[in-house]
Design a protein around this ligand. Structure first.
Ligand SMILES: O=P(O)(O)OC[C@H]1O[C@H](OP(=O)(O)OP(=O)(O)O)[C@H](O)[C@@H]1O
Ligand SMILES: O=c1cc[nH]c(=O)[nH]1
Ligand SMILES: [Mg+2]
Length: 209
C-alpha cells in the first residue's frame, strides 16, 4: 500500500487557509498556490539521494554533497495542476515537465482525457504528478494510468487538498504510488466537490467562473 503524507508545516497550513478563503482573489490565490507548491516540493524532495563531490572554498579544499543526478519529471493535470508547476521548478529547475489534460465530466464525475505530452525518457524518470484537488480520485487514477501506460515506473502524487474518497481510490488502483497532501478534508458533497475544500481550483486560478 502506498503511503500518505500530510504536510502539516505551519507555513503550508497558514497559506492554505487563505487559499481556501472565498474572499481571496485570483491574483493572491495564484501566488499562494505557487508558494505552497514550493514548500511542498521542499518536503517531497527530502529523500533525494546525494553524492559527494570535491570543491574548493575560498579557505580550503572540501568534500561536499550534491544531488545525485536524479532525473525528475513534473506532470501537472490540466488545467489546475499548472498552478503548482513553477513553484516546484523554483527548487528543481532541471526537472522536465509533461502535461496530462483531463477534465471531470460534471454529470458523471468521470475524467475525460484530452491531451498527453510527456518527456521522451519516461522509463528513466521519477515523476511527481501535481493537481491541487484529489476529490473522487478519478482524475488522479486516470493520470497515473496514462503515465504507467507509457512506461513510467516511479510516480508520486502531490495535491493541496484531498478527500478520503480520493485517497482510497488512488491507494486501491495504484498501491505503489505515495500521496503527498497539505490537508485531508472531511468528505465530498453531492456534486463531487471537497468539503470544506476551496471550491473549483481551475476557476479560481484562472478567473474563469
Ligand atoms: O478527483 P476528481 O473527482 O477527478 O476531481 C479532481 C479534478 O477536478 C479538477 O479538475 P477539473 O475537472 O475541474 O478541470 P480543470 O482543472 O480544467 O478545471 C481538479 O483540478 C482535478 O483534476
Ligand atoms: O472540490 C473540488 C473537486 C474537484 N475539483 C475542484 O476544483 N474542486
Ligand atoms: Mg475545474
Amino acid at each position: 500500500m502506498g503511503k500518505v503524507y500530510v504536510f502539516d508545516h505551519p507555513l503550508i497550513q497558514h497559506k492554505l487557509t487563505y487559499i481556501r478563503d472565498k474572499n481571496t482573489g485570483t491574483k493572491e490565490f495564484r501566488e499562494l498556490v505557487d508558494e505552497v507548491a514550493t514548500l511542498m516540493a521542499f518536503e517531497i524532495t527530502r529523500d533525494l539521494p546525494l553524492e559527494e563531490v570535491e570543491i574548493e572554498t575560498p579557505v580550503s579544499k572540501a568534500k561536499a554533497k550534491v544531488i545525485a543526478g536524479k532525473k525528475l519529471g513534473v506532470i501537472p493535470i490540466l488545467r489546475a495542476g499548472i498552478g503548482m508547476v513553477d513553484g516546484i521548478l523554483k527548487l528543481i529547475p532541471a526537472a522536465k515537465v509533461g502535461h496530462i489534460g483531463l477534465y471531470r465530466d460534471p454529470e458523471t464525475l468521470k475524467p475525460v482525457e484530452y491531451y498527453v505530452k510527456l518527456p521522451s525518457d519516461v522509463e528513466e524518470r521519477d515523476f511527481i504528478i501535481v493537481d491541487p484537488m484529489l476529490a473522487t480520485g478519478g482524475s488522479a487514477v486516470a493520470a497515473i494510468d496514462a503515465l504507467k501506460k507509457r512506461g513510467a515506473k516511479s510516480i508520486k502524487f502531490m495535491c493541496l487538498i484531498a478527500a478520503p474518497e480520493g485517497v482510497k481510490a488512488v491507494e486501491t488502483a495504484h498501491p505503489d504510488v505515495d500521496i503527498y497532501i497539505a490537508a485531508l478534508d472531511e468528505r465530498l458533497n453531492d456534486h463531487g466537490y471537497i468539503v470544506p475544500g476551496l471550491g473549483d481550483a481551475g476557476d479560481r486560478l484562472f478567473g474563469t467562473k
